[in-house]
Design a protein around this ligand. Structure first.
Ligand SMILES: Nc1ncnc2c1ncn2[C@@H]1O[C@H](COP(=O)(O)OP(=O)(O)OP(=O)(O)O)[C@@H](O)[C@H]1O
Length: 290
């Protein structure tokens, strides 16, 4: 019985069943016609931007919830505030709080892993990882990019963080490293165009200026009538979603409240603990050293 996350109109509920897969589409909400909206996250990245309280953490949480319930995905969570993704901590391989030294060392490890995976692919004569590979995808979730690139640490550390992140976002996709990130400050200094364009999926929550909206969606969309300044202040979770080579569409994201997140996180952590003795590809038990 699968999937586990079920949309019921008013949100998402948990239905016991087999694990999800990060290779499957991720449910994020509904469009203007009430039709479900899903994102294929594997081989892609997601960027969410907008003013505070517009629902950026909510969409990041949906991606993290799906990944947590996917036994074929590991999680690396970066949360300067610690509370936005704190509930997912038991499901994560690594959780980075307000510590830039830790953040840089985790990104370096992920970069080494990425390079090793590329060496493996080269040796196999392949271009990207598959569902059946022995190593699994990684979801890197960053709740506020600007915290690590402008607030924490000194200038050199912030630059190191930005460089590593850019490399992972640019090269990680083929080896299953997916980045989902949010920022309250959609400006060119935080999200330069060259970085923005590496995110195939972009979600703009309400913005104060047309140029902030264009920073997320891409230059020129405001002139074509798509600006996140037009979104209602009373409708958090509504936003403009754009895929690479696509046009923006108005969506309303599903919302996982704290209680639901806690329930899903506990379920996923338990499933992961049991599954550590199973092969993620077959769900069959594997031999573990005594
Ligand atoms: N899809 C949604 N449906 C209904 N309410 C929502 C939705 N998304 C967010 N909200 C409401 O808006 C509040 C703020 O959401 P969220 O924390 O995701 O915003 P944010 O943009 O990440 O804010 P910040 O930048 O301050 O972290 C939530 O606590 C919730 O009450």
């Amino acid at each position: 019985m699968s999937p586990v996350l079920v949309a019921d109109g008013s949100g998402v509920s948990l239905q016991a069943g087999l694990p999800l897969s990060i290779f499957d589409p991720v449910y994020i909400g509904i469009d203007e016609f009430g039709d479900p909206v899903t994102l294929q996250l594997i081989y892609r990245n997601l960027l969410a931007g907008g003013l505070m309280d517009t629902g950026k953490s909510a969409i990041i949480n949906l991606a993290v919830a799906h990944a947590a319930l996917s036994l074929d995905c590991k999680l690396a969570l970066f949360d300067g505030k610690q509370v936005e993704m704190g509930q997912w901590r038991p499901c994560a391989e690594v959780f980075v709080g307000p510590d830039i030294v830790h953040a840089i060392s985790v990104l370096r490890r992920l970069q080494i892993m990425m390079d090793n995976r590329y060496s493996y692919l080269v040796a196999c004569g392949r271009r990207k990882i598959k569902r059946t590979d022995v190593f699994v995808p990684y979801l890197i979730a960053i709740d506020e990019i600007a915290y690590f690139t402008t607030v924490a640490g000194d200038k050199k550390q912030q630059e190191d963080f930005s460089k590593l992140l850019r490399d992972l976002v640019a090269r990680g996709r083929a080896v299953g490293i997916i980045t989902v990130a949010a920022t309250q400050r959609p400006s060119h200094d935080i999200i330069p165009t060259s970085l923005r364009d590496l995110f195939s999926w972009r979600f703009a929550g309400r913005c104060t200026t047309d140029s902030s909206s264009d920073v997320i969606l891409g230059f020129g969309w405001e002139k074509k009538g798509w600006s996140a300044t037009a979104l209602s202040v009373d409708n958090p979770g509504s936003g403009l979603l754009i895929a690479e080579n696509g046009s923006p569409r108005l969506v309303k994201t599903a919302y996982l409240d704290d209680r639901t997140c806690a329930a899903i996180a506990a379920y996923a952590a338990n499933m992961r603990a049991t599954a550590s003795t199973h092969d993620h590809r077959t769900q069959r038990p594997v031999l573990v050293a005594a």
